[in-house]
Design a protein around this ligand. Structure first.
Ligand SMILES: Nc1nc2c(ncn2[C@@H]2O[C@H](COP(=O)(O)OP(=O)(O)OP(=O)(O)O)[C@@H](O)[C@H]2O)c(=O)[nH]1
Ligand SMILES: [Mg+2]
Length: 472
């Protein structure tokens, strides 16, 4: 994304392009009100430049710019709209902003946008409204990225964590760390100027402890990243096993609807079936695969080949065995393959007379968790969900108010800061001069600053905001 001037007035359609009850076209910038006034005729006869802030106005968007204040004739009208006015600095971007709520069809929204552009508004780039909120200092980079996470969240829990970040809780924590580092940096700079007196202070136990404490705080934060990422991006759960053990039945049971075809004929599922679901707060892409066995049949063989690809890619494997039939070599082979992975052995069909002992499976898998269920009757499904949840979170409970690192960019910056502080500790312990200490601490400060956007580059901003949709 090229860097664009904050002087321009930008406009975009902010609602999805499709059929909807209402569509919203947004305008932001110094001329937002003036430009909109030129294409709007209000029912009250008032011009927008004269109305109170935070008010809503009924009227029409008209084709020809006009100074006439009476109602337009029907052939001039593009759409009947409500206009919301938000003046600087109390708006999303902190600039003058207009939201035009029109009918939610592609045509009215496009025509209105065209008219705005004719009046010299510029089409907004992806995420440009949010970028302006950042560049104008209303929100920091963590908060800007949280906006995107809110839009994309897939579960209540990930929504709450993103909302928490938008409210600035994570930013506050990062800023506290930064403040502490700045404080230490001030000492260091002072001792560059007066080397003899302050070197003692710098390498003193007290100072060293402060650095160590800060490093620990950064570490605690970056250590939440694995859980944070699961929460944000979810995991891929793959159901595998030999044919006819009830894999598709398990998919349907977990989804709560008949998504995959289930029949008593082995080899029913031929292709990969994927569904996204919310499993106890974990966004999970659940994948049903073709039963794995030796087959010469062309379609089935291709299905099995695809099963294997997903098998390799899975974050979590649900390996199904049919406990109403003695284990076969095919079962054993698959179970042995999942041993050592993040996997659960699902012992299915527990509503039928049982022919498989848990001990037999344990011999093959060692420590893998096992859950006995009936996919068709629903027995044991709650326990299965619980075991999945425990395995994914590694036994730790996630509190929604906790500050979690959900963003890879934040994690990488924190790790860099932590490394720089590690280096700093060594430098201090070796009692090297203040110049060396200064370099390390600046590295740490830069890395921490990147998280909240104190230190940024156009390139970084481009990468972040290009992920947004246009109009946000
Ligand atoms: N009694 C009983 N039957 C089940 C259960 N789960 C699945 N079945 C039956 O087992 C047969 C196979 O089920 P599917 O879900 O199609 O099995 P699959 O593993 O997907 O089979 P393939 O797609 O051929 O690999 C069907 O007749 C199901 O009704 C269960 O818990 N109890
Ligand atoms: Mg199947």
């Amino acid at each position: 994304m090229k860097t664009s001037s904050l002087e321009d007035t930008i406009a975009a359609i902010s609602t999805p392009l499709g059929e909807g009850g209402i569509g919203i076209v947004r305008v932001s910038g110094k001329q937002a009100i003036e430009i909109t006034d030129r294409i709007f005729r209000s029912h009250s006869g008032k011009r927008l430049e004269n109305v109170k802030n935070f008010t809503v106005h009924y009227g029409w968007i008209v084709e020809a710019p006009s100074s006439k204040l009476q109602a337009p004739c029907p052939n001039e009208v593009i759409d009947e709209v409500l206009i919301t006015i938000m003046r600087a600095p109390r708006s999303y971007t902190t600039e003058d902003m207009i939201e035009i709520s029109c009918h939610g069809g592609i045509l009215p929204m496009r025509r209105i946008l065209d008219l705005l552009v004719q009046q010299r508004a510029r089409l907004a780039e992806p995420g440009e409204f949010t970028k302006r909120a950042f560049l104008n200092g209303r929100i920091d980079l963590v908060q800007a990225e949280a906006v995107l996470d809110i839009i994309r969240s897939q579960t209540d829990l990930s929504l709450r964590v993103a909302m928490n970040q938008l409210e600035g809780h994570l930013s506050k924590k990062v800023r506290q760390i930064r403040e502490e580092l700045l404080d230490i940096y001030a000492y260091v700079e002072a001792s560059v100027d007066f080397p003899d007196e302050d070197l003692e202070i710098l390498s003193s136990i007290d100072m060293l402890n402060r650095v160590k404490k800060t490093k620990e705080a950064i570490h605690r934060l970056s250590a939440t990243a694995e859980r944070g990422q699961i929460l944000r991006d979810g995991i891929v759960g793959v159901i595998c096993g030999k044919p006819n053990v009830g894999k598709s039945s398990l998919l349907n049971a977990l989804l709560g609807r008949e998504r995959a075809i289930v029949t008593p004929i082995p080899g029913t599922t031929r292709d990969i079936i994927e569904e996204v679901m919310n499993l106890d707060g974990i966004p999970m892409r659940l994948v049903d695969t073709a039963g794995i066995r030796e087959s010469e049949e062309t379609i089935e063989k291709e299905g099995i080949r695809r099963s294997r690809i997903y098998f390799e890619r899975a974050d979590l494997l649900l390996t199904v065995v049919d406990s109403s039939d003695p284990l076969t070599q095919e079962d054993e082979k698959i179970i042995k393959e999942v041993a050592g992975r993040r996997a659960i052995v699902v012992i299915n069909k527990n509503d039928l007379p049982q022919k498989v002992e848990r001990g037999e499976i344990k011999k093959l898998t060692g420590d893998l968790p096992m859950v006995s269920i009936s996919a068709s009757q629903g027995n044991g499904l709650d326990e299965l969900v619980e075991v999945i949840s425990r395995l994914v979170w590694k036994g730790e409970v996630i509190a929604s108010t906790e500050e979690l690192i959900t963003n890879v960019r934040h994690r990488e910056a924190l790790i860099r800061a932590e490394k720089a502080l590690g280096h700093l500790i060594e430098t201090m312990e070796k009692k090297l001069s203040a110049e060396f200490i200064s370099v390390d601490i600046r590295d740490a400060l830069d890395a921490i600053g990147e998280v909240v956007g104190e230190t940024t580059t156009d390139d970084l901003l481009g990468r972040i905001f290009s992920k947004f949709c246009i109009g946000k």
